[in-house]
Design a protein around this ligand. Structure first.
Ligand code: MG
Length: 406
């Protein structure tokens, strides 16, 4: 019975936003690693792990994952927030790593065994013009990718008006150079898919991420207007505050819906799944509270015809990606995996990381997660000055200066 002796966080990446939780035990060489990254509230997550959760875990049997999850989840009375879920998720993923190493099996074997040989992923293509976007999509298709997310730039791309066209009031908000406009966005994105299908045909599986920018009725309208272009899914067309509008979307269009990367509470995903209002659940594994909670979500989804598409993308780390990959391999109702775009020098700090090839992610057969952290290389990646800077999500605003919720 390995007892937990130490729980600590290792910050890495140049920004210090990757937080790797290391859980050490009294068995020689037996430890686990998990992901507790949070791009914006990084220090808060580190404090939650080290100052608040770690002390009550010292001396506990590291193999009692379910009980540690349940008792930690409620140990602060208030629960289900992004910071505490992420901290718990990092510890939980590390405990699964330990359990796998103790059993001599990869985590995907402990979760039921693999039901696919590799994990299909989708790439992120973008461009400020239709031609640039088409070129980027084609470059992925030529590299063997089958699934590609298509964006006209970053958050809200395609929905901004600039200069006189923005319709600013007499005294615009200081520094505001552009304005997000719902009608512009819906027109532009509809035209974008008309263009891409005309150029590329209907073979490539295409997705789009709205980043929750639209008013609810415009979200319903966009989902309807995109139906002829047969998306693989439309992502985050509504913010967490307006999920009830998915009932309207479901009644009016067959455009497949994917949502969940902002979810941290069971009451956010439960109605969408049990009422069959969505097609893909996109919770981030660490934000859900780790593998323990994510596997329960996957099993729930199976009975309602919902598939998994665990969120990854630009901010997450190789350990979180690996945790998602183990779930992908063992979940029959897996749908698609978002890719990350790690740099080679970043991956060098994570020996055993999954291998990405032509749009497929491949595991190794090592016990546990199969990924480790080289702490010396991880330390070299980090720039202390950049890590100390506060970070906030970019603020998009409408012409009158009001904030658009991301
Ligand atoms: Mg997204």
């Amino acid at each position: 019975m390995p007892k937990i002796t130490r729980v600590r966080c290792i910050r890495t990446r140049v920004t210090g936003t990757w937080v790797i939780v290391k859980v050490e035990t009294d068995q020689p060489g037996l430890y686990g690693i998990g992901s507790a990254h949070d791009y914006n509230a990084t220090g808060a997550v580190v404090a939650a792990v080290e100052e608040w959760m770690a002390p009550r875990l010292i001396g506990r049997d590291a193999t009692q994952i379910e009980d540690i999850w349940q008792s930690t989840f409620t140990s602060g009375y208030w629960r289900s927030g992004p910071t505490l879920n992420t901290a718990l998720g990092g510890i939980d993923i590390a405990l699964w790593d330990i359990k796998g190493k103790e059993a001599g099996m990869p985590v995907y074997s402990l979760l039921g065994g693999p039901c696919r040989v590799a994990v299909p992923c989708y790439a992120h293509a973008s461009g400020r013009t239709l031609q640039a976007l088409e070129d980027d999509v084609r470059s992925y298709l030529e590299d063997g990718w089958q699934y590609v997310r298509c964006q006209l730039g970053a958050y809200g791309g395609g929905g901004f008006r600039e200069g006189d066209a923005a319709g600013f009031p007499r005294e615009p908000l200081a520094g505001q150079a552009r304005a997000f406009d719902d009608e512009t966005y819906v027109e532009t994105v509809t035209g974008m898919f008309a263009y891409l299908r005309d150029k590329l045909g209907y073979g490539p599986k295409l997705t789009h991420d709205v980043h929750e920018h639209l008013r609810p009725n415009m979200a319903v309208s966009l989902a309807k207007r995109l139906e002829p272009f047969r998306l693989f899914f439309l992502e985050d067309v509504l913010p967490p505050e307006q999920l009830a509008y998915y009932r309207q979307i479901r009644q009016q269009t067959t455009t497949p819906q994917a949502v969940g990367e902002l979810f941290t509470n069971v009451q956010e995903w439960l109605p969408l799944i049990s009422e069959r209002l969505i097609d893909f659940i996109r919770v981030r594994v660490s934000k859900a509270g780790g593998i323990t909670q994510a596997q329960k979500i996957a099993h729930l989804c199976e009975w309602f015809g919902v598939q998994t598409a665990w969120q990854e993308g630009g901010n997450t780390d190789p350990v979180n990606q690996t945790a998602a990959m183990h779930l992908d391999l063992a979940s029959w109702n897996f749908g698609i995996q978002e890719e990350n775009g790690f740099r080679p020098e970043e991956l060098e700090a994570f020996p055993g990381h999954p291998v990405l090839e032509k749009g497929y992610l491949y595991p190794n057969t090592s016990p546990g997660l199969g990924i480790d952290i080289d702490e010396a290389k991880a330390a070299k990646l980090l720039d202390p000055e950049r890590a100390a800077r506060p970070r906030y999500v970019a603020e998009d605003r409408r012409a009158d200066g009001s904030v658009v919720r991301p």
